[in-house]
Design a protein around this ligand. Structure first.
Ligand code: C2E
Ligand code: CA
Ligand code: CA
Length: 639
């Protein structure tokens, strides 16, 4: 002090300027250093809490500020302030003050003011006498001064439009935080806010990513892994099994009647059914299993370290768990599944192939039985053939590969020909004549029955019309499938055919299989009633295979029933069959219905049926099916 006094005034002033510039330079330098290191911290951060703590450390350790803290504003009634992080000598003391950002006396601390006004509060000097934030705060300031703190600044932390809190920095000099330093520290606060925003966004992003992944790999309805994930898991399990020289079993489960259930009860019930099945399957809880939903009503379950024997045991267990009817919307639905089993590595060495083989095995399970089958060689090639044929069948109509064959029915009392059954034939370009049963069931599976029904109806109407023109009055019976029964446009199309061709309704008959009528009695009654209004004749086909009662059939507007050939052919040798045939004829007659026996192959059978008073006979004994244009000639030779 003394030496300064002896300097001349100019020199004194120069000294003062130099001292100020040096101090300003030092302050800007520490702020710059802090900003650089702070930036680095923001860039490296992966966690918000850690970022705040690191930033305070940088300010104190690199910048040389005595303390720094970050606090967030809480939007509660007291407008309290939550301490987030802080570094500095005796920082616990700072932390202990009950800060608030409310617009009252206690809220006038730098941190409270910065948050409330959304503006920085720069270089406030601690004074023991200042009680601008209340008497408690004056005492608190005294303690701060004792700790060597002289001034303080607070910078709001703003994310988008919102001030989430403030960064508070103290200095050891009362005249710290000139404009250059304050600007740099303000920049530091915005960098910090940027870092917080970035971390929060990346958490949101990760959450969105996870839920997208969940959507991509899990089934919404059951919460089970979906097909994509199950294939991945299966492929991994195969690698593990190979390493450990173990085998692995894949069980493919499908509800056989799901389409039908959906159609009759609606999709919502179908969904409920699938959910319940998913729950039941989860409950079975087989050790080590992985379960997935891989199709509408299809589940896959694979078992590590599992051979054929254990796989079959599991399949049996599943079948018994699933055989209980499922309650959907108050209705008890029989939702038994078929299970196909394939084993790795015996049946396939890749995930896709294993899935195909389990699927092929499943299709071998007796449709109505509900059971299981283990894959055997060749099942899959059958599947491939079906797929190929489906494609060909699409083109069969356009390529003119369909034919109508006719098989006569004969009146047993007079021996005279009556109607004939129109039977579809498919002359495949390379495979030759296709077995009718095969391609009809294919068309039913592939939802392609409608074009075939339309084709045969058109063929039948035009043929009858042609016969009428040469003086022959010949009735034809057309087979309808289950899909036709649900087809709302069917009756209108038939009406259209009547108006195109001048065909007497008496000459048109329809045959509907008993099992189809039983599957959905309500739809059956409706369609049959509409058909009957056209004055056509209606027949119940394959009677005896659908477990209906004649009294149920009595409620339907039908004219006759056709006893299935599986009872007719063996009636000479089997007493049971004979009883069924005779009682059916008797009951039907009592109800005023006529009876046709199909599959009459021998004179013996004909004689028995004749004795029982059967009305009509059809079968190889009378004639095999023939191309429609040969029927006229056959009638000649028959008489
Ligand atoms: P279905 O209606 O029961 O037709 C009778 C089937 O028994 C015919 O087989 C016929 O050839 C055969 N059959 C006739 N008499 C005898 C006999 O004495 N002994 C034996 N063992 N069999 C005899 P096809 O023509 O192969 O037809 C098979 C099934 O395909 C038909 O059974 C019918 O359900 C279906 N189908 C045929 N044409 C059509 C059609 O145009 N539309 C629909 N939806 N189904 C058709
Ligand atoms: Ca038929
Ligand atoms: Ca039949």
């Amino acid at each position: 002090m003394g030496s300064e006094m002896s300097k001349p005034p100019v020199e004194n002033a120069q000294c003062a300027i130099t001292a100020r510039v040096t101090k300003e330079f030092a302050q800007v330098t520490r702020a710059l250093k802090t900003l650089g290191a702070g930036n680095h911290t923001v860039l490296r951060s992966t966690d918000e809490q850690k970022l705040l703590q690191d930033m305070c450390s940088v300010i104190v350790e690199t910048g040389g500020y005595p303390f720094a803290f970050v606090a967030y504003s809480v939007h509660d009634q007291a407008k309290s302030i939550r301490w987030m992080a802080g570094v500095g000598h005796n920082i616990e003391l700072v932390k202990s003050f009950p800060f608030t950002w409310a617009d009252n006396k206690v809220g006038r601390t730098v941190v409270g003011t910065a948050i409330r006004t959304r503006r920085p509060v720069i270089g406030r000097i601690f004074r023991p006498t200042a009680d601008y934030a209340g008497r408690d705060y004056s005492k608190f300031q005294e303690q701060l001064i004792e700790e060597g703190y002289r001034s303080v600044s607070a910078f709001p932390l703003q994310i988008d439009e919102e001030v989430i809190g403030a960064l508070v920095i103290a200095a050891g000099e009362p005249d710290a935080f000139d404009s250059a330093e304050a600007e740099l520290l303000g920049e530091l606060a915005s960098d910090l806010a940027y870092g917080i925003r970035h971390l929060r966004l990346s958490i949101l992003h990760r959450k969105a990513q996870a839920s997208l992944e969940h959507l991509a790999y899990y089934d919404e309805l059951t919460g089970l892994p979906n097909r994509t994930l199950s294939l991945k898991v299966l492929a991994d399990a195969m690698i593990a099994a190979t390493r450990q020289r173990e085998s692995l079993a894949l069980l493919h489960l499908e509800v056989g009647r799901f389409d039908e259930i959906n159609k009759v009860l609606g999709y919502r019930c179908g969904d409920q059914l699938v959910q319940e099945l998913g729950r039941r399957l989860k409950r079975v809880g087989i050790a080590g299993e992985s379960l997935a939903r891989v199709g509408d009503a299809e589940f896959a379950l694979f078992l590590p370290d599992c051979g054929a024997e254990y796989a079959v045991e599991v399949a049996r267990k599943l079948l018994s768990t699933l055989q209980e009817p499922v309650d959907v919307g108050g209705l008890m639905v029989d939702a038994r599944v078929d299970i196909g089993i394939a084993l790795f590595p015996v049946h396939a060495d890749g995930a896709d192939a294993l899935v195909r083989r389990a699927n092929a095995a499943m299709h071998q399970v007796n449709r109505f039985g509900g059971g299981y089958a283990v894959y055997t060689e060749g099942q899959e090639s059958g599947q491939t053939r079906r797929l190929m044929l489906m494609g060909d069948l699409h083109r069969a109509v356009e390529r003119n590969e369909l034919r109508m064959y006719c098989q006569p029915k004969v009146c047993m009392a007079t021996g005279r020909p009556s109607a004939a059954e129109a039977l579809l034939r498919w002359q495949h370009t390379t495979l030759g004549m296709m077995p009718t049963i095969e391609f009809i069931s294919l068309a039913e599976c592939a939802g392609m029955i409608t074009p075939l029904t339309n084709w045969i109806m058109e063929a039948a109407f035009s043929q009858i019309d042609a016969w009428q023109k040469v003086g022959l009055s010949q009735a034809l019976a057309i087979n309808l499938s289950a899909h036709d029964l649900y087809d709302a446009g069917l009756v209108d199309r038939i009406r259209g055919l009547f108006s195109t061709w001048s065909v007497d309704p008496e000459l048109i008959q329809f045959e509907l299989t008993e099992s189809v009528l039983m599957a959905d009695p309500v739809a059956a009654l409706e369609t049959l009633t509409r058909l009957k209004k056209l004055d056509v004749k209606l027949f119940v086909d394959d009677y005896g295979t659908g477990y209906s009662s004649l009294s149920y059939l009595q409620k339907l507007p039908i004219d006759a029933i056709k006893i299935d050939q599986s009872f007719v052919a063996p009636m000479v040798s089997s007493r049971d069959s004979a009883t069924i045939v005779s009682s059916t004829i008797e009951l039907a007659h009592n109800l005023g219905k006529q009876v046709v026996a199909e599959g009459v192959e021998t004179q013996d059978v004909w004689d028995r049926l004749h004795a029982l008073g059967c009305d009509f006979a059809q079968g190889y004994f009378i004639s095999r099916p023939m191309p429609a244009d040969q029927l006229g000639q056959w009638r000649h030779s028959w008489s």
